[in-house]
Design a protein around this ligand. Structure first.
Ligand code: BGC
Length: 242
C-alpha cells in the first residue's frame, strides 16, 4: 500500500510517497522551507502545497514536533504557541481533503527505525532520540511504541533542560566543539540511563551522521546506535502509522 508521509519540521516540511510494506520511497522526496517558527496558516498552506505536488488523494500520515494526543496538539516548545489545543487531525484533513493521522515526530521516526532500520525488530527497552532544534524521544518496549514521551524536557542535575543543554541548536548557538558537546550529551544519556535502564539508545536527526565525532565520549553501559534511515525516518514512520 502507498501512503503519503509528511514530516513537519522546525524550518521545513518534507514529504514523499512511501510503500508501507517495504518502507521505501516510491516518489522523490519534496521539501518546502518555512519560517521558523511557521504560523498555523503558513503550515497549513505548505502542507496543501505538498499534497498537491504529489496530486495525492489517499491517506496521509504526519510527524509533528509536539505532543499530539488523540489528534490534539498539547505542547509547542519549538513551534508557534497558537498550535496548543488545535485539533490538528481535523485541521489538516479539512485543508487537504485527505484522511490524515498526525503523531509526534520522534515517535514516528523511531517507529520507522525499529521497522526498517539497523535495529529492526529490537525487542528490549529502546530509547530513540532525535537531536535537532529540540530533542525528541520515542520509547519502545517489545517493539511497542509508548507514545508522547518528552525526554528532551527532562531537567538534568545541573538544573538545565535536556534539549536546552545538548540539542543541535544548543551546540550551534553556544559554538561548542564536538568534545564539549559530546561530554554534555554523555551526561544527558547517563541521566536517562539511570532513570529508564534502556538496553539500547538510537540516535537520530542530523547529528546521528556525526556519531564518530563524539561516540568516544559516551560512557553509557547500554548500546548506542546511529539511526540508519536518517532524513527519511520521519516521512517513512508517519506513513507507516497513518
Ligand atoms: C518537542 C517534541 C519533539 C521534539 C523534536 C521538542 O521540543 O517537545 O515533541 O518531538 O522537539 O521535534
Amino acid at each position: 500500500m502507498e501512503v503519503l508521509g509528511i514530516d513537519v519540521g522546525g524550518s521545513a516540511i518534507k514529504g514523499a510517497i512511501v510503500n508501507t510494506l517495504t518502507g521505501e520511497l516510491t516518489a522523490e522526496r519534496f521539501r518546502i522551507p518555512t519560517s521558523q517558527p511557521a504560523t498555523i496558516d503558513e503550515t497549513v498552506e505548505t502542507v496543501c502545497k505538498l499534497v498537491s505536488h504529489f496530486s495525492w488523494k489517499g491517506k496521509v500520515g504526519f510527524g509533528f514536533p509536539a505532543v499530539v494526543q488523540n489528534g490534539i496538539v498539547k505542547t509547542a516548545a519549538n513551534i508557534d504557541k497558537g498550535f496548543i489545543g488545535v485539533d490538528i487531525n481535523k485541521l489538516f484533513s479539512k485543508a487537504t481533503g485527505c484522511e490524515v493521522n498526525v503523531l509526534n515526530d520522534a515517535d514516528v521516526a523511531g517507529y520507522a527505525e525499529l521497522k526498517f532500520g539497523a535495529v529492526k525488530d529490537f525487542k528490549g527497552l529502546a530509547i530513540f532520540l532525535t537531536i535537532g532544534t529540540g530533542i525528541g524521544s520515542a520509547l519502545f518496549s517489545n517493539g511497542q511504541l509508548i507514545p508522547n514521551s518528552e525526554l528532551g524536557h527532562i531537567y538534568l542535575k545541573n538544573g538545565k533542560k535536556g534539549e536546552h543543554f545538548t540539542s543541535d541548536s544548543a551546540r550551534k548557538r553556544e559554538e561548542l566543539d564536538w568534545v564539549t558537546w559530546g561530554k554534555r550529551f554523555n551526561k544527558y544519556l547517563i541521566y536517562l540511563e539511570q532513570l529508564f535502564y534502556p538496553e539500547l539508545f538510537i540516535i537520530g536527526g542530523g547529528t546521528s551522521k556525526k556519531l564518530d565525532k563524539f561516540e568516544m565520549h559516551l560512557e553509557t553501559n547500554c548500546r548506542v546506535e546511529a539511526a540508519t534511515l536518517l532524513n527519511n525516518a520521519g516521512i517513512v514512520g508517519a506513513a507507516l502509522l497513518a
